[in-house]
Design a protein around this ligand. Structure first.
Ligand code: ZN
Length: 505
């Protein structure tokens, strides 16, 4: 059986999802989990895009061992230089450079002829090859490129030293049999094709990203670019979990394998969802909350009699387990530390101490502490950025016959600021009081609240999206008190906005 290389682009294409932005620490945490999951390549970012991207790629290259660490670069010397400076810290580093080859992109975006594009691609690959052995080239919008030109450029970049050539369906336009044929044509027409790994990168605009990727594998592609939960530009990329589980469940059909530890899929999916704030639809294949739920009586009866009557894979195969009762008030540091490790987190000493304090505080309020509660505490710690305003206290009155009123006290640079306000319900009142203290208005465009574990005393997680000057900022907050969680979420979004304004001055 041949191996399929899993190239994960959650931190690059995935982070380009509208509304999903990650800080450096969160990116590192995801990269570390991707390494545990067993991906072969991590595309950690687009280093020239911003200073933050550069920092994140450098940090991942320094800290994450195992997978190849890859950075994206346009076919320009300065991009390739910056990309190499970021990935060079890893022993296993890759430069991924790209240039569009479709008539529409060459004419309107690049304003370059076929010959100019061909030469620029060759030059970029040669230039990158001088810096590192492992070079990937993508003819952007390959699925809409002329096949003769595509064959010519693929042959050219392999001659120039590309070790992987990626065929992207950049705009999610292709259909499975057509996309598979592109790959098989390349195999029959490009003489040096066996000197490089042929990769695919499919977008999900028509819901065909996974199907197109699998069709490419049938036709000889040996690397798949994908993202956790299918995150990515617009409708997203092919989802890692769908590709991997298709190959796993239908091993006999595909006759290939991956090195992915499937029992880490569920954990990775949850981590990415909670750090990016991108909620997973319940009926999402593999990782949706309903993916293993049987509703119809006849199905339930069948599954109880023999699981395989209606289950093509087990929940355990993706690492799903039901909520277990774990820790409580009397659990000590060791038990907590062990649990944190079991859940797959790595915390620095200082973060651990803070998380442990949060755990103790939670144990005072809540009798049973579940895995999900601990995950929420630890993720909170990982996501913590320097706060400008911190919540000191909340006092709320609310009820069916009283006017809701919120008194909020915030702390900034050791000084206290208070305000009270009245609005439509307790959350609105609290948000108004915060706006009063900061003396600015913010536009709340999304608000959601869910419980992270089970029971009436479960920890609530609030998520908000706040718009400010055309940009969308995400905020998260957790607490056993839903009003407090909502206030923390709003405040964390506002802190992001204020930091961003400060950063630009
Ligand atoms: Zn893409």
């Amino acid at each position: 059986m041949e191996k399929i290389i899993i190239f994960d682009s959650t931190l690059r294409d995935g982070e380009q999802s509208p509304g999903a932005s990650l800080n450096t620490k969160q990116k590192l945490e995801i990269a570390q989990q991707l390494s545990v999951l067993g991906v072969d390549v991590i595309e950690a970012g687009f280093p020239i895009a911003s200073e933050g991207d550069f920092e994140a790629v450098s940090l991942v290259a320094k800290k994450v061992k195992g997978p190849v660490i890859c950075g994206l670069a346009r076919a320009l010397k300065k991009d390739i230089d910056v990309c190499f400076d970021a990935v060079k810290h890893s022993k296993r580093r890759r430069i991924h450079t790209f240039l569009a080859t479709s008539p529409i992109h060459m004419k309107y975006k690049l304003k370059m002829s076929q010959d100019q594009v061909f030469q620029a691609a060759i030059d970029a690959v040669r230039y990158a090859k001088n810096k590192t052995d492992d070079v990937e080239f993508s003819p952007e919008d390959a699925a809409r490129s002329e096949i003769d030109f595509l064959c010519r450029i693929v042959e050219g970049v392999i001659d120039a030293g590309a070790t992987a050539v990626n065929i992207p369906d950049t705009v999610g336009y292709s259909v499975p049999s057509e996309f598979g044929q592109i790959i098989s044509k390349l195999y029959s027409r490009v003489p040096n094709i066996h000197r490089a790994v042929i990769s695919v990168h499919c977008h999900n605009d028509l819901g065909l990203a996974t199907s197109n990727s699998l069709s490419a594998i049938i036709n000889g592609a040996r690397q798949v670019e994908c993202t956790i939960n299918g995150l990515g530009e617009r409708a997203g990329n092919a989802s890692l979990e769908e590709i991997v589980m298709s190959l796993y469940v239908r091993k006999n059909f595909f006759n290939v394998y991956t090195d992915i530890k499937t029992s880490e899929i569920s954990k990775t999916s949850k981590l990415v969802s909670s750090l990016t704030g991108m909620v997973i639809q319940p009926n999402k294949a593999i990782v949706g909350s309903n993916a293993f739920a049987h509703e119809a009586g006849i199905h339930q009866h069948g599954v109880l009699a023999k699981a395989t009557t209606y289950e093509i894979m087990t929940p355990q195969s993706i690492g799903l387990k039901s909520s277990e009762l774990v820790l409580g008030k009397h659990s000590g540091r060791h038990a907590f530390e062990k649990k944190v490790k079991e859940l797959g987190f790595r915390l620095a000493q200082k973060e651990f101490e803070k998380a442990f304090n949060d755990f103790k505080a939670l144990a005072d309020k809540k009798k049973n502490i579940y895995d999900e509660d601990i995950e929420a505490i630890v993720e909170n710690e990982i996501s913590r950025e320097k706060q400008i305003y911190e919540l000191e206290s909340i006092f709320i009155t609310s009820g069916s016959a009283v006017r809701p009123l919120a008194k909020i006290k915030l702390r900034k640079d050791g000084k206290f600021f208070s305000a009270e306000a009245s609005g439509d319900g307790p959350v609105d009142s609290a948000y108004k009081a915060i706006e009063e203290i900061i003396a600015q208005r913010f536009k709340l465009i999304d608000y959601s609240l869910k419980s992270v574990s089970i029971g009436k005393d479960a920890v609530g997680e609030a998520m908000v999206k706040v718009e400010y000057k055309g940009m969308v900022y995400l905020g998260r907050g957790t607490s056993t008190d839903v009003i407090e969680a909502s206030v923390k979420a709003f405040l964390s979004a506002i802190n992001r906005i204020l930091r961003n304004i400060k950063g630009r001055d």
